[in-house]
Design a protein around this ligand. Structure first.
Ligand code: APR
Length: 236
């Protein structure tokens, strides 16, 4: 059925969450057993409060995440999505992920709602550096300012342009495919609803149930995204 919807759709958006990258080796946040937030407190580690008042743990957490990221790479699912975009089957990828795997796999003009872990920038002069500096224990800008990851921390708002573009895509979409998101974090989780209200078909592919399941025209739970995408690709 999805194959037909993909072919018939004139504007398809793929919306991904951390579940898109677990098969690359990156942990997600809310999976029942392995999610990062099952054992760690995001407010203590991934918030503006943590950056200011818990800096050592903040740095150690992002060093861990950047080091892990540099050891991993896109999987077949990312590559299939890049191919579908090149074939004109999907028109926009919007991701909550900060791993840059969609771009590495060849996808273009990816909207990154929560920023990127690929770079860090100076809190004072805003100069940007490769995130590898964190692995090399370099946390200070040439101007003396503190270097922080280019991700949206809890307590910060999303990049305005990214969210505005994503909102426009949601109003325009006639097919919206969610891959690997618990859809529990706003305002990102409002986008599938905007799409649905604007007349799009909504597909949710997620190992576990989500709060938006009742809105979905097609639900695929309990299956790995890589497998599902390979199966669909074989029928295209
Ligand atoms: N195949 C299918 N689904 C999967 C897979 C997989 N291989 N691996 C994990 N999942 C599902 C999990 O069941 C989970 O419901 O992906 C979902 C990931 O949800 P979260 O961990 O909550 O990630 P996400 O929705 O992207 O979180 C949103 O929260 O912490 C913030 O900024 C962070 O961008 C993140 C945001």
């Amino acid at each position: 059925m999805i194959e037909r919807w993909l072919k018939e759709s004139s504007y398809t958006v793929v919306f991904t969450g951390a579940g898109m990258s677990t098969e690359s080796g990156l942990p997600d946040f809310r999976s029942a057993k392995s999610g990062l937030w099952r054992t760690k407190n995001p407010q203590q580690l991934a918030s503006t409060y943590a950056m200011q008042h818990n800096r050592d743990e903040f740095i150690a957490f992002y060093q861990y995440r950047i080091r892990t990221l540099l050891e991993c790479q896109p999987h077949i699912g990312h590559i299939i999505l890049a191919n579908w975009q090149q074939q004109g089957l999907i028109h926009q990828i919007i991701t909550q992920n900060v791993d840059g795997f969609h771009q590495q796999a060849g996808s273009t003009n990816v909207i990154e709602l929560h920023g990127t872990l690929r770079t860090v920038y100076c809190s004072r002069c805003k100069r940007t550096y490769d995130a590898k500096r964190y692995v090399d224990e370099q946390f200070t800008c040439t101007c003396g300012g503190f270097l922080r990851p280019s991700v949206v921390l809890f307590g910060e708002s999303l990049p305005y342009d990214a969210f505005e573009q994503a909102w426009t895509a949601a109003e325009r979409a006639d097919l919206w495919i969610v891959l690997g998101s618990s859809l529990q974090v706003s305002p990102a989780n409002e986008l599938p609803v905007i799409a649905k209200r604007s007349g799009a078909k909504l597909v949710i592919v997620n190992m576990e149930p989500t709060p938006l399941d009742e809105w979905a025209d097609l639900l695929i739970h309990g299956r790995k995204i890589g497998e599902v995408l390979k199966e669909i690709d074989a029928f295209l």
